[in-house]
Design a protein around this ligand. Sequence first.
Ligand SMILES: *[C@@H]1O[C@H](CO)[C@@H](O)[C@H](O)[C@H]1NC(C)=O
Ligand SMILES: *[C@@H]1O[C@H](CO)[C@@H](O)[C@H](O)[C@H]1NC(C)=O
Ligand SMILES: *[C@@H]1O[C@H](CO)[C@@H](O)[C@H](O)[C@H]1NC(C)=O
Ligand SMILES: *[C@@H]1O[C@H](CO)[C@@H](O)[C@H](O)[C@H]1NC(C)=O
Ligand SMILES: *[C@@H]1O[C@H](CO)[C@@H](O)[C@H](O)[C@H]1NC(C)=O
Length: 388
Amino acid sequence: MSYFKFYHFRRGSMCHQFLLFIIYLSSFRDVVALQMSFESTHTASVPELASPPSTGIFYPIEISPAVIPQYPLPNESLPPMYPTFPATYEPVLSGKCPVNFSALSDILSKTASDCAQPMAMLVGNAICCPQFSSLVHIFQGFYSISSDKLVVPNAVANDCFSDIMSILISKGANATIPSICTIKSANLTGGSCPVNDVTTFEKMVNSSSLLEACTTVDTLKECCRPICQPAIAEAALKISGGESSMIENKDAGQGSNRVDILSDCKGVVYSYISRKLPSVAANIAFRRLSACKVNKVCPLQFKQPSEVIAACRNVAAPSPSCCSSLNAYIAGIQRQMLITNKQAIICATMFGSMLRKGGVMTNIYELCDVDLKDFSIQGKIFSRLPTA
Ligand SMILES: *[C@@H]1O[C@H](CO)[C@@H](O)[C@H](O)[C@H]1NC(C)=O
Ligand SMILES: *[C@@H]1O[C@H](CO)[C@@H](O)[C@H](O)[C@H]1NC(C)=O
Ligand SMILES: *[C@@H]1O[C@H](CO)[C@@H](O)[C@H](O)[C@H]1NC(C)=O
Ligand SMILES: *[C@@H]1O[C@H](CO)[C@@H](O)[C@H](O)[C@H]1NC(C)=O
Ligand SMILES: *[C@@H]1O[C@H](CO)[C@@H](O)[C@H](O)[C@H]1NC(C)=O
C-alpha cells in the first residue's frame, strides 16, 4: 500500500521526480495516521516508515486525522466516498427572516456542495469557507435590496443565520461550518461599523470607482497587483470614520477596537458590492479575492476533487479512469492562470494533500505520469513545443 512500490525513476528529470517525491513525503503524517489505524484493527504488515521529514512546505489544509474515515480492513473494497450525501429534504425555516430564499437557491446549493458533510473539514480553508463567507456577503446585500440598508438588523440576524444553516444542512452541508469557518450571525449585522445604509455609503465612498475595481476580478492580476482588495480596504477605511479617527483612537488606546470596526466595515463594503452586482458575478469576484488571500502561494482555485477521489481511491496500478479524471481535473485548474514553478510545487502539494485526505493513498502523480509542469500552463506549452 505504500507508494514506494510504484516509485521508479521511469522518465523525466531526476529533479522533477525528486520534487514529486518530496511533495508526497510532505504529507506523510496523514498517511502514517491512517496506516496506524489500519494496523490497530488488522495485522496486515505495514511498511515501516521513517519519521516524517519536515520539508517546510506550506501546509494550507490542516486537519485532524480523526476526520478521515476509518475502515476496518484495508484490502476490502472501500465504500465509495461519493456519492454519499444524505438525500436532501425540505428545511424548516423560522418564518421570521423576511427573505425569499428561492432567489438565492443557486448560491445556497453551491455553498452546500462546497461544504458537503464528508469534505467540509478537508477542504475548509481552500473551498468551503471562502464560499460560505461569500454567501454571507451576498445574503447581506440581498436582504435589504429593496430598502436603503446594507446590513441585516440585529433583531432578525439570528433567525436569518439559522435559516441559512437549515437550508445548507438540508442540502447536505456539514452543520459545523460556522465554527470551521468562524462565521456567525453577527457577521450579517455590520457589527460596529458606523455606516450601514446606501445613502451614507455613497456619500462617503466613490462607489463608481469601487465597482469598477471589483466588477470583474482578474485572478492573475488581482493576486499579483491587487486592484479590488485595496479599493475595498479604502472604502472600509472611509466609512469606518476615516484616517483621522484612527489617530485619535490610537492615542486613546483603542487600537484593537479599531481593527474590529475596520473588519466590520469591510463586511459592509462587500454587502454594497453584492447589492450592485448579480449574485453570480459577486460570488465569482469574492471567490477570486479569497483565492488570492487564502492561498497566496498557490493562487489556483480548487474545486472539490470528488471525482478524482472516487476514481483513484483504490488504485494500486495505472488505471485509465483514475488517470483520466486526474488529467481532466488538472486541465481544469490549469486554464486558470500562469503560475511560477514554485507555485506549481505548492499547488501540487496542496492538491496531493487534498487527495490523500480523501483516501487516495497511492502516488497517483507517479502512476498517471503527472509532472510538475502539468500544474502550470506555461510548462504545458513548453512540453508540447518539441512534439508539435
Ligand atoms: C483480505 O486479506 C485477507 C488476508 O490478507 C484475505 O483472507 C481476504 O480474503 C482479503 N479480503 C478481500 C476482500 O480481498
Ligand atoms: C421568490 O423568488 C423566486 C425566484 O426568483 C420567484 O420565482 C418567486 O416568485 C419569489 N417569491 C416571492 C413570494 O416573491
Ligand atoms: C462534520 O464536520 C465535523 C468537523 O467539524 C466532523 O467531526 C463531522 O464528522 C462531520 N460530519 C459528517 C457527517 O461528516
Ligand atoms: C465575521 O466576524 C469576525 C469577527 O467577529 C471576523 O473576524 C470575520 O472576518 C467575519 N467574517 C466574515 C466572512 O465577514
Ligand atoms: C470617482 O472615481 C472616478 C474614477 O474611477 C473619477 O473619474 C470620479 O471623478 C470620482 N468621483 C468623485 C466624486 O471623486
